[in-house]
Design a protein around this ligand. Structure first.
Ligand code: BES
Ligand code: ZN
Ligand code: ZN
Length: 474
């Protein structure tokens, strides 16, 4: 997407214009010239300006005017959504003018650009009929525009869309080493320090969780480490992501319908890497180390068996009672590694449990942690970035849920109940005393149905929260 700022619409190249209306058909700043004489037409379409409403009219000069509702009290997220709906209302347009950024809100310019850019995403790599689309031109008409707000929004959009592409990519095309190398190439081009651990190195480094999960696949696991150090960093942040490129369940095989979307099980690993790349590109004054733990969970003659015991990086042992609870096993190693770096905060992102998706639905991520200020900081970052997170409990007295008869812990909980908590309790064993927040993105990483500016399929969830989190230290 290309974005330009025009003082007036005189030089606009767009034949579509997206403008805002508050509830009661009150024109938002910049809208009145487009709304003149359209009252009756808007009323006939029952367009009142409520949040979520969209009406497309044709102006006398032939231009299409898209009215998007902003409701009574607009905030940046509503604006982002309105921009996204506006883009989708004229999905075929290659150039769109808008005045939405003139709404008097802090962050209105970035939110407007993000809404258009995030809604403009399509994954068409495997459509033989796909035409190459020209890049969208977005014209911000009128108002004052700080171009740095445009460039920061474009960086965010690129990283979110990178994450979406990787999630939508079929598992066959993203072997653990291949996806690690693809991200590494992008990260080194952005000036980050990059390391990839192959299976030999993982063995030498005692990464028993990653090796155990990966041993059923012909495509061995790979750990991607990215390191960014901004100027005079205010904090050191460690990010950890679950990167299961395909989760069949392993020998504890999933039923076919539960397996259909399991190419998305690397969404956490992709999100932390994409966010680190964005944070570096923004030049934020922070140090970030990210660990993406890529592996493939398949059944085979070499796969781990229910009842096997593995030893993770920090020496703790885990009885693998269910090979489908594999995310916590790769995270155990990666979290221990992150804790060794002695960061101020560890945040992990993982499509970890069906239980979390049952609890909070497909739009909201669950948040756990061992430190309330850190949890609050991540929740605030989610709100600032337009991603929805909700806290769930991590009760210390529930530790017996994961007691094992033979090892330090087991990788399951008690039956089907409290599954998201059981998983978080296990992760807690690997972070030591470091402040840590775990975000279970099993719901929002992948959607069955498109929303305002979110596509069907991979959403890139978490990237915006992590970028805002990094910003919160500046
Ligand atoms: N990748 C799944 C969790 C998942 C489910 C993500 C649905 C997105 C949508 C995870 O590895 C898993 O299978 N978890 C099991 C754990 C159980 C066997 C203890 C689950 O949640 O059922
Ligand atoms: Zn699983
Ligand atoms: Zn999984």
């Amino acid at each position: 997407m290309n974005v330009s700022h025009l003082k007036t619409s005189a030089r606009s190249l767009s034949s579509s214009v997206v403008v805002g209306m508050f509830d009661g058909r009150r024109p938002a700043p910049g809208t009145s010239t487009y709304a003149r004489g359209q009252s009756a037409a808007l009323a006939a379409l029952e367009f009142e300006g409520k949040a979520g409403q969209v009406a497309v009219l044709t102006a006398p000069d032939g231009r299409r005017i898209v009215f998007v509702g902003l409701g009574d009290e607009v905030d940046v997220e509503l604006l982002r959504q309105a921009a996204g709906l506006g883009r989708k209302a004229v999905a075929g347009a290659d150039a769109i003018a808008t005045t939405l950024h003139q709404v008097g809100l802090d962050g209105a310019i970035s939110a407007t650009v993000e809404g258009f850019g995030l809604a403009d995403y399509r994954f068409e790599r495997y459509k033989s009929t796909a035409k190459t689309r020209p890049e969208l031109l977005l014209e911000l008409v009128g108002g004052t525009v700080d171009t740095s707000d445009i460039s920061t929004a474009l960086i965010t959009i690129d990283s979110v869309n990178l994450c979406r592409d990787l999630v939508n990519e079929p598992a066959a095309a993203k072997a653990p080493m291949a996806i690690a190398e693809r991200l590494a190439a992008i990260a080194s081009a952005g000036g980050l320090a990059v390391e990839i651990w192959d299976s030999a190195r993982l063995g030498a480094e005692r990464m028993g969780g990653m090796l155990g999960v990966g041993q059923g696949s012909d495509r061995p696991p790979a750990l991607l480490k990215l390191h960014y150090r901004g100027r005079r960093p205010k904090a050191k942040l460690a990010l950890v992501g679950k990167g299961i490129v395909f989760d069949s369940g392993g020998l504890s095989l999933k039923p076919a319908d539960m397996m259909e979307a399991m190419k998305d099980d690397m969404a956490g690993g992709a999100a932390v890497a994409a966010a680190t790349i964005a944070i570096a590109s923004l030049g934020l004054p922070i140090e970030v180390i990210s660990f993406s733990a890529f592996a493939e969970n398949l059944p085979s003659g070499t796969a781990q068996r229910p009842g096997d015991v593995l030893e993770a990086r920090n020496g703790k042992t885990i009885e693998v009672l269910n090979t489908d609870a594999e995310g916590r096993l790769v995270l155990a190693d990666a979290l221990a590694l992150a804790a060794e770096a002695e960061p101020d905060l560890i945040v992990d992102l993982a499509t970890l449990t069906g239980a979390c998706k049952i609890a909070l639905g497909p739009r909201i991520a669950g948040v756990f942690g061992n430190d309330q200020p850190a949890i609050d900081r991540v929740l605030a970052a989610g709100a600032a970035g337009g991603e929805r997170l909700w806290p769930l409990p991590l009760p210390a007295d529930h530790r017996p849920m994961i007691d094992s008869d033979v090892a330090d812990m087991k990788n399951t909980g008690q039956g089907r109940y409290g599954g998201a908590i059981a998983a978080a309790l296990l992760l807690n064993e690997f972070v030591g005393e470091v402040p840590w927040v775990h975000v279970d993105i099993a719901g929002p990483a992948f959607l069955d149905k498109a929303e305002q500016y979110l596509p069907k399929g991979g959403t890139g969830f978490g990237v915006r929260t992590l970028v805002e989190l990094a910003r919160s230290f500046g």
